[in-house]
Design a protein around this ligand. Structure first.
Ligand code: TEU
Ligand code: CA
Length: 561
């Protein structure tokens, strides 16, 4: 297992639209990011992952790219971007950009050409098919954003594939010219000084030949085709080619977003000898609270399932490959609301969750606002929501007769706008995010949850994250130590140990709002423990007896020699 800078780093994700607005138009922007780099440096993060800032019509808030080598007007100019990059680098931090090449915007010049005629030179940049004999779509795949994954185009009387929105046509990676276009664009950004990429749904780029129908799903017109487009037949070939033709020579860090990836596949994708990607974002742990009907089909999370799943990933990549560690991003609800308690135990449970995640083996990812314990939001009317995934689902379910209240319940728990309300900087109007009208309403709890208060309070979630990051920077056991789960069946504690060069860390997290007794494992009894970190005041050292008494959402980590 080689030592790498990206294994020792902590990454901070910025969703630029909601981060900080510097010019009062209600939309976050690049200069707004530059204004906050000292705040991020103070937190101690090493790498910034910037969600897309490229020219886009914003059908999917920038994940629909119209020009891969131009900056979205609303976010600023290329000069603003270059200034931000140099300010990031001058603070000793790195920047990775979002690479969205499974699909482009339908307003990209390539697609504008492709749809003109069947013999246009750009036709095969995208995936076009005639309809079935009865005129219906080429297959029964559903779009991730509701409805069919195919859109009929009058001009050439064929359908084009779009796994996501109608304005996000899938690029045809079987076409070597498309691949070369992508690799030269990647090199163009790496030549500008970018340090790597987060690769959007990159395991969707190889589709199964023939694009066969998916197994029909009970009572649904369309069905998930992910069996035929996720982890497809040429995916390893394409990722290795991208590594060889673009990433490798720059030493670029790559984190691949891979819905449907398994630990076994991730071992292959992240095996350093295969030269594909450095790490993946897996989705199994953020699907544990979804029923058979998908993310909107709410199911209570069982702690045992979370322990089992995260442990499966820790063990699968313990000696080969590498894990990413996340419980939050711009697509997921806020972790303290989802996995902790965003009421009376908000601060304590946010720290407990951070302890559980940041003491694991892998590269941790902090999503903007997570470090101050921002929570989910509840807007009363659907008109206050912005996310295309939410709005399309709402319309589809209302047309099917599902009551408004039932749909809103699912949106409150799982909607992506939960993570996209503006970052709460201080107690001034709009939480200091903008002097204009924010593109998405600010969460009304900004008066008590904001960065200014957090930085000023030594006991805040912010300073706890800062300490966790410091511990990772100063203790190789956190980065390179082995991992083993303790008491798998326990429904109250998430406890595990890390081992490295004769030392161990004992990590104990009470996931409940109750007082609880932790039964000390035999191997630790009568041993001396030094407190490594806790979200409560503790004795700095102890000799382990038979049990430890925990208060609600209490977390403790002990170093044992
Ligand atoms: O997300 C991929 C993806 O699978 C998401 O659709 C996610 O599973 C879903 O939103 C959970 O609710 C990436 C980007 O992160 C997302 O923002 C984009 O909408 C999507 O790809 C298309 O680019
Ligand atoms: Ca702005």
């Amino acid at each position: 297992m080689s030592k790498q800078w990206w294994k020792e780093s902590v990454v901070y994700q910025i969703y630029p639209r909601s981060f900080n607005d510097s010019n009062g138009d209600g939309i976050g922007d690049l200069n707004g990011i530059t204004e906050k780099l000292d705040y991020l440096k103070g937190l101690g993060v090493d790498v910034i992952w910037l969600s897309p800032v490229y020219d886009s019509p914003n059908d999917d808030n920038g994940y629909d790219i119209r020009d891969y080598q131009a900056i979205m007007d609303e976010f600023g100019t290329m000069e603003d971007w270059e200034r931000m990059l140099s300010e990031v680098h001058s603070r000793g931090m790195r920047l990775i950009m979002d690479l969205v090449v499974n699909h482009s915007s339908d307003e990209h010049r390539w697609f504008a050409e492709s749809r003109k005629s069947k013999d246009n030179p750009y036709r095969d940049y995208y995936i076009w098919r005639p309809g079935k004999a009865d005129g219906s779509e080429p297959n029964n795949w559903e779009s991730a954003f509701s409805g069919s994954a195919w859109q009929y185009d009058e001009q050439t009387e064929e359908y084009f594939l779009h796994i996501f929105s109608k304005k996000q046509p899938d690029l045809n990676w079987e076409n070597p010219v498309v691949r070369e276009e992508v690799y030269s664009m990647i090199r163009w950004w790496l030549d500008k000084g970018v340090d790597g990429f987060r690769m959007d749904v990159i395991n969707f780029i190889s589709k199964v030949d023939g694009l066969p129908d998916a197994e029909p799903q009970e009572g649904k017109k369309y069905a998930s085709g992910s069996k035929y487009f996720a982890n497809g037949p040429r995916i390893h070939e394409f990722l290795h080619e991208m590594n060889q033709k673009a990433m490798k020579e720059y030493g670029a860090m790559t984190v691949a977003e891979m819905p449907s990836v398994t630990p076994e596949l991730a071992q292959k994708y992240t095996d350093e000898d295969r030269e594909e990607v450095d790490m993946v974002f897996q989705f199994e742990h953020v699907d544990l609270d979804s029923g058979p009907g998908g993310k909107w089909d709410l199911r209570p999370l069982k702690l045992r399932d979370l322990k089992e799943n995260l442990t499966k990933w820790q063990k699968a990549l313990e000696h080969k490959g590498w894990n990413s560690l996340y419980m939050n991003n711009h697509d997921q609800p806020r972790m303290v609301s989802r996995f902790g308690n965003d009421g009376e135990y908000r601060v304590k449970s946010a720290k407990m969750l951070a302890t559980m995640l940041h003491m694991m083996k892998g590269t941790p990812y902090i999503y903007q606002g997570e470090e101050i314990g921002m929570t989910n939001v509840r807007f009363d009317s659907i008109e206050e929501y912005e996310d295309i995934e939410t709005l399309n689902m709402y319309r589809e379910k209302r047309e099917a007769g599902v009551p408004h209240e039932d749909i809103m319940k699912a949106i409150y728990v799982k909607g992506r706008d939960n993570a996209r309300t503006p970052v709460q900087w201080n107690t001034t109007e709009n939480a200091g995010f903008s002097t204009g009208i924010p593109w998405l309403k600010v969460n009304p709890n900004y008066k008590e949850i904001n960065a200014e208060a957090a930085v000023a309070d030594p006991n805040s979630v912010y300073h706890y994250y800062r300490r966790l990051i410091e511990l990772r920077h100063n203790n190789e056991i956190v980065v390179y130590g082995g991992y083993d789960l303790i008491q798998p069946e326990d429904e109250t504690f998430f406890a595990y140990e890390r081992r490295y060069e004769g030392e161990s860390l004992l990590v104990i997290c009470n996931f409940t709002g109750e007082n609880a007794i932790f039964h000390v494992p035999d191997g630790y009894k009568n041993k001396a423990g030094q407190l490594f970190i806790s979200n409560m005041e503790q004795d700095q050292s102890l000799s382990f007896g038979n049990e430890l008494h925990f208060t609600p959402y209490e977390a403790r980590v002990y170093r044992v020699k």
